[in-house]
Design a binder for this molecule. Structure first.
Ligand code: NAG
Ligand code: NAG
Ligand code: NAG
Length: 318
């Protein structure tokens, strides 16, 4: 009986883990739920004469703007608070200081470069990017002072410096899941108001001063990285004592990797061994739940109930 329920939990775990990568669906839900006014087939050439609606939320679909800059932001009606670009082209975007938009979403437009002008922008609260070509975070974005949520999941960032966000005094959510992060450089910086940090699906090995660099942190995702077991063992206590909830975990580790506190990790030395072993045997190893489920059913400070609630419960619309 106990074995069966452990197996069930493991199955739930694997299901939960495999659901997480599709969490972008929740964004689709958000977009569609809040009726936006579509604007289609506009180009840079006819943008200024396009007679844009006065609605609060505009969604540009299949529009082609190689570069979207301050002058174009100015063309938007004063009543517009949110804009979404979906499909089509927006390769470059420069966010000016005067635009009063509260939310900008740039989805599947092949965005390469995103910058903000030097003058501070005191309106923008939420920024979302989906682009596999978006590979560099520009420090100029620090001038978006009111940002509360940055969602750049499923992009191509390999390096982020926490210093770039240190002056964002309102930043509560940073989602960099499913990028190519090799380094998330905390240094001596901190993000004072950050409550949610999503780092799952990157190439991270360890984080310095974690979680203490984020004193208000409540929820974090860390699965599907390349953690060193030494690091995982070191932060476990700090995560629990700071009251941070780990929202995800790895169900399956590759051969040569161990599971520790719900995260796949490896001991620093045996990298070569693990790589060559993986080459000869691509088969994944499925770990039973027993080696990381604690006596009280809590894993690494995370409670089962919370995990399941997270998947089932609609995320708050902000
Ligand atoms: C803008 O120009 C494009 C391409 O020339 C055309 O397909 C589209 O219908 C124009 N849109 C408007 C609103 O004039
Ligand atoms: C993603 O970033 C890497 C550098 O980290 C770069 O070599 C690669 O070309 C980028 N991919 C795309 C699609 O831009
Ligand atoms: C598990 O429960 C015991 C007894 O109630 C308690 O002393 C211990 O701190 C709990 N451990 C965790 C990790 O919650």
């Amino acid at each position: 009986m106990a074995a069966i329920s452990a197996l069930t939990l493991t199955t739930v775990l694997i299901v939960v883990t495999s659901l997480l990568p599709q969490s972008s669906c929740r964004y689709n839900g958000k977009y569609r739920a809040l009726g936006s006014s579509p604007v289609e087939y506009v180009t840079t050439a006819n943008f200024s004469v396009a007679n844009l609606p006065t609605d609060t939320h505009l969604e540009f679909r299949r529009c082609h703007f190689p570069s979207f800059g301050p002058d174009m932001f100015k063309t938007l009606k004063a009543s517009t608070r949110r804009i979404t670009f979906r499909k089509g082209t927006v390769r470059e975007m420069l966010i000016g200081s005067t635009t009063r938009l509260e939310r900008i979403q740039v989805i599947d437009t092949g965005l390469v470069s995103l910058r903000a002008s030097d003058e501070p922008n005191n309106y923008l609260k939420q920024l979302t990017v989906r682009s596999r070509k978006f590979s560099e975070w520009s420090p100029s974005l620090t001038s978006l002072r009111m940002l509360e949520e940055i969602d750049v999941a499923y992009c191509n960032l390999s390096y982020l410096n926490v210093q770039w966000f240190e002056d964002n005094n309102h930043l509560k959510m940073l989602d960099v899941s499913k990028n190519g992060l090799v380094v998330f450089d905390i240094g001596m910086s901190s993000i004072p108001k950050l409550e949610r940090l999503h780092l799952w699906g990157n190439h991270l090995k360890e984080l310095q001063r974690f979680p203490e660099a984020f004193p208000k942190l409540k929820k974090v995702t860390l699965a599907q990285n390349r953690w060193l077991c030494r690091w995982v063992a070191n932060i476990r206590g700090a995560i629990v004592s700071q009251g941070v909830e780990l929202m995800d975990m790895d169900g399956v580790c590759r051969v040569g990797w161990q599971i520790n506190g719900g995260l796949c990790c490896r001991s620093g030395e045996d990298r070569k061994a693990a790589t060559s072993q993986r080459k000869t045997n691509e088969k994944s190893l499925i770990h039973g739940g027993h080696d990381f489920i604690g006596m009280n059913g809590s894993v690494f400070g995370m409670k089962w109930r919370n995990t399941i609630v997270y998947v089932g419960e609609p995320l708050p619309i902000l």
